[in-house]
Design a protein around this ligand. Structure first.
Ligand code: AMP
Length: 311
């Protein structure tokens, strides 16, 4: 089963994905988790993603796509996967479609987890995660028995750096403008399923299973509302995808290059070539005019000669 969990930050995608992974034995692939792991390990990728993550903006598509491409190549993803936090915009969704079309394993469904705005805020500001085993809590709705300590393994609980009010505001705005359009995108493909994601975790999980069981059994048919566009075939028209290493190297060298050279792409040269083009055009026009005039004059000359002869 290959599914995408769609929903605003705080809609419970991560919590449900962990439970679904245990139930269906397919990996939970969270771009947010992968990026945070890179950040914690201080990798070049993590460092490049940091600013966007801290401010609640999206990390660049090329980095995220390279991470996903690498992760989905892992043998554990052959049986299927649960994508959480990816795709986050139309470009990512289209790239995912062509990635999956190339291996002949299209997405089964996109599950939209619906939650009201006020509840999202409460969930995000109260969210705590165990640094060791990944268990999730909420200080308002699902508090740990002991303050800031995991019930399962006793490790300290962590409040995500981007779960502060300012960043949360940005993340919700980004969701509204960039991720929400994916609902229409998957609806047109006939792949959207909606689940009410308000209430107790176990109740939401039951609803998820009601929706997902038929998909896992291959009983759900994908009936597109809109005629699907043919995917770009790899190796034919699409350029080869750069590896994560190549993307990072290119970004690092672009950052090192002198700002003026890197950011000012020769506007003078552009102007010059535009002027040249115009001049060329003008010359062509003049030549045409001359030719026409020459022809006319010739005609007139011939007419005059005829008249003279007749006289
Ligand atoms: P999440 O844990 O899914 O809420 O993601 C945390 C942060 O990681 C987001 O606010 C983004 O900065 C970044 N991020 C996660 N997934 C993506 C993605 N698919 N595209 C771009 N940025 C992402």
């Amino acid at each position: 089963m290959r599914i995408v969990l769609l929903g605003a930050p705080g809609s419970g995608k991560g919590t449900q994905a962990k439970l679904l992974t245990e139930k269906y034995r397919i990996p939970h692939v969270s771009t947010g988790d992968l990026l945070r792991a890179n950040l914690a390990a201080g990798t070049p990728l993590g460092l490049q993603a940091k600013a966007a993550m801290d401010s609640g903006q999206l990390v660049s598509d090329d980095l995220v796509l390279a991470i996903i491409r690498e992760r989905l190549r892992n043998p554990d993803a052959r049986k299927g996967f649960i994508l959480d936090g990816f795709p986050r915009n139309l470009a990512q969704a289209q790239a995912l479609d062509s990635m999956l079309a190339n291996i002949g394993q299209p997405l089964d469904a996109a599950i939209l987890m619906e939650v009201d705005f006020d509840i999202l805020m409460q969930r995000l500001t109260g969210r705590r995660t165990c640094e060791n085993c990944g268990a999730s809590y909420n200080v308002y709705t699902n508090p740990p028995r002991l303050d800031d300590q995991c019930d399962r393994c006793g490790s300290p609980l962590h409040h995500r750096a981007d779960d502060n009010e300012e960043t949360i505001g940005n993340r919700l705005r980004v969701y509204d403008t960039q991720t929400k359009p994916l609902i229409g995108f998957y609806r047109d493909q006939g792949r959207i399923e909606t689940v009410d994601a308000v209430g107790e975790v176990k109740d939401i999980f039951k609803r998820m299973l009601t929706t997902l069981d038929p998909i896992a059994k291959g009983q759900r048919k994908v009936v597109p509302l809109v005629k699907p566009q043919p995917p770009v075939k790899a190796g034919k028209t699409a350029a080869p995808k750069p590896s994560l290493k190549a993307i990072l190297a290119a970004k690092a060298s672009a950052a090192k290059a002198p700002a003026a050279k890197a950011t000012a792409p020769a506007p003078k040269a552009a102007k010059k070539s535009a002027v040249k083009k115009h001049k060329k055009k003008d010359k062509k026009k003049e030549k045409k005019k001359d030719k026409k005039k020459h022809k006319k004059d010739k005609k007139k000359g011939r007419k005059k000669d005829k008249k003279k002869k007749r006289k």
